[in-house]
Design a protein around this ligand. Structure first.
Ligand SMILES: Cc1cc2nc3c(=O)[nH]c(=O)nc-3n(C[C@H](O)[C@H](O)[C@H](O)COP(=O)(O)OP(=O)(O)OC[C@H]3O[C@@H](n4cnc5c(N)ncnc54)[C@H](O)[C@@H]3O)c2cc1C
Length: 486
């Protein structure tokens, strides 16, 4: 029976980051992952030479990110090269109230220059007064002080934004962006989280990718663990966390037992507490809280391989004023009351890195829509059916150029990354919803009440959007565990 300082369950971005940083700090680390490859939801797969992510992959911020910090700390710059496309590589498709589709090409970092202002006038019909309101909103985003941010943990973003009086089309653009970043209703999205990430977007841009695929840094972290004397075990599912004398002391996989002084789980708070460790090891009020936590929504979609360049940009958001989502609109969709255009986000990884395709000129794209995180729900299929109608309208020749089309929904997300241990949960795209009541002081602590058991990833310990939050958590949790190990 092997003994380690730390055993990390799951090599998603949270787990891979924590494992590599703890190995860097000199601890003997075992990293155990149930799938073939590190990266969790954004792992990069190879299908007949075409490489792409299982689920979308656009890093925010693009510059000065936690990803950059991780590469620097671990000295991985020769293995992980970030790609940030230059120029007008985003192409917004906005269906105006008169039914006309309008296109706006833009860079991935907004500067507020005159051309951008002109675009906002043309596409969203913005007046001088509207643009002044938008400028005020962004000024506030950049200048809110840290102590004010804490109070904004308790304020919904839509309410905060509405104080600036944006007209409907500009409000749609901001809300669409927030839905895409956090995959939660904008009315309950914590204003603090939204403001922090919008600030990162303004200062650092959007659209960081890495040569060879978005999962590249997680793969390098797993290799790093091994190089520092630890082990990385892919294709091994952890079935149980071993508890002795009310302390987590190891994990069990189908291949046997690993013992460690500390267990760090990236498997999600509910699967970790309710399934892997077992509720009997936690105080009843903690279990009750864990059961009541709200997941983010899921994202359903299609991964396309195309024999021609159909999409003209790396990022294509598609929306109308009815598309962005708060609780009321989402509940309407669940009842079958759909907007004219479901909110669609298309990422085109081959525009970031053309070498992802073995055949020059072929395109790899991921079309995403929003739906329930319940793996049993059929909402994802309906959302995709409606999204396809919009794609047919905008790209009538798309269907003639499909080499490969892989549909996915909440069930696939849960199957790949996170067990469904409570009704309605498992398919969450991000992790815990970053809504009022679940962020800041109200976010679960990475230290669980079971001695020796920590959480890492988007459920605890980090801030930011998607993978950036997972890596942030990895840094913070590694520091906590390092201190605890002494
Ligand atoms: C369709 C879609 C699009 C997205 N787009 C973006 C985007 O563009 N940009 C962005 O930043 N974020 C995006 N996200 C969100 C982002 O993918 C997640 O927030 C992030 O990857 C979560 O990281 P994590 O470390 O918390 O967990 P996960 O990525 O879920 O990793 C958990 C890991 O634990 C492993 N595991 C679980 N249980 C066990 C077990 N019992 N034994 C062993 N291993 C186990 C899993 O296999 C997995 O590798 C998207 C998500 C989806 C679904």
């Amino acid at each position: 029976m092997d003994r380690y300082d730390v055993c990390v369950i799951g090599a998603g971005y949270g787990g891979a980051t924590a494992a590599a940083l703890l190995a860097h700090a000199g601890h003997r680390v075992a990293l155990v992952e149930k799938t073939n490859v590190a990266g969790g939801k954004v792992q990069t797969v190879d299908r007949k030479g075409y490489r792409f992510e299982m689920f979308g992959a656009v890093g925010i911020p693009a510059h000065n990110s936690r990803f950059h910090e991780l590469v620097d700390v671990l000295g991985l710059a020769d293995r992980v090269e970030f790609l940030i496309p230059e120029g007008e590589v985003a192409s917004v498709r906005y269906k105006a109230a008169d039914g006309e589709w309008r296109t706006m090409r833009s860079a991935l970092q907004q500067t507020g220059d005159p051309k951008e202002m002109e675009n906002l006038r043309r596409v969203f019909g913005a007046s001088d007064e509207d643009l002044a309101a938008l400028a005020q909103l962004y000024t506030a985003v950049l200048t809110v002080k840290d102590e004010e941010l804490e109070a904004l943990d308790e304020v919904g973003m839509l309410e905060w934004m509405r104080g600036f009086g944006l007209p409907a089309p500009l409000e749609s653009q901001v809300c669409m962006n927030l839905n895409t970043l956090f995959v939660v209703p904008v009315n309950r999205l914590a204003a603090s989280e939204a403001i922090l990430t919008m600030r990162q977007q303004v200062l650092g841009g959007a659209g960081r990718y890495s040569v060879g695929g978005y999962g590249r840094l997680a793969e390098a972290c797993a290799d790093y663990v091994v190089e520092q004397g630890g082990i990385y075990l892919p294709k091994q599912r952890v079935v149980r966390i071993l508890v002795e004398d009310e302390r987590a002391v190891g994990i069990e996989t189908d291949d046997g037992v690993l013992r460690a002084r500390v267990i760090v789980s990236n498997a999600g708070i509910q699967p970790t507490v309710l399934k892997l460790a077992g509720r009997e090891h936690f105080p009843p009020e903690y279990v009750e809280r864990v059961e009541s936590l709200e997941p983010s929504w899921a994202i359903a979609g299609y991964r396309y391989v195309l024999d021609k360049r159909i999409f003209d940009a790396a990022l294509i958001p598609i929306f109308s004023d009815q598309s962005w989502l708060d609780d009321e609109r989402f509940a309407g969709m669940e009842r079958g009351d759909w907007p004219d255009v479901p909110l669609i986000a298309i990422d085109v990884p081959s525009e970031f890195d053309p070498s992802l395709s073995p055949i020059p000129g072929h395109q790899i794209a991921n079309c995403q829509v929003f739906c329930s995180p319940d793996p049993e729900s059929s909402m994802g299929e309906e959302a995709m059916r409606r999204a396809e109608q919009v794609l047919d309208e905008l790209w009538p020749d798309l269907r003639d150029h499909i080499i490969r089309k892989e549909p996915y929904s909440a069930k696939a997300i849960s199957g790949l990354s996170r067990d469904s241990v409570l009704p309605g949960c498992g398919g969450e795209a991000v992790g815990l919803a970053q809504v009022v009541g679940q962020v800041g002081k109200s976010k679960p602590d990475p230290r669980t009440p079971l001695d020796g058991l920590y959480l890492v990833g988007c459920d605890a310990g980090g801030r930011g959007a998607g993978t950036h939050q997972a890596v942030d958590s990895g840094f913070n949790v590694a520091a906590m565990v390092d201190a605890a190990l002494g």
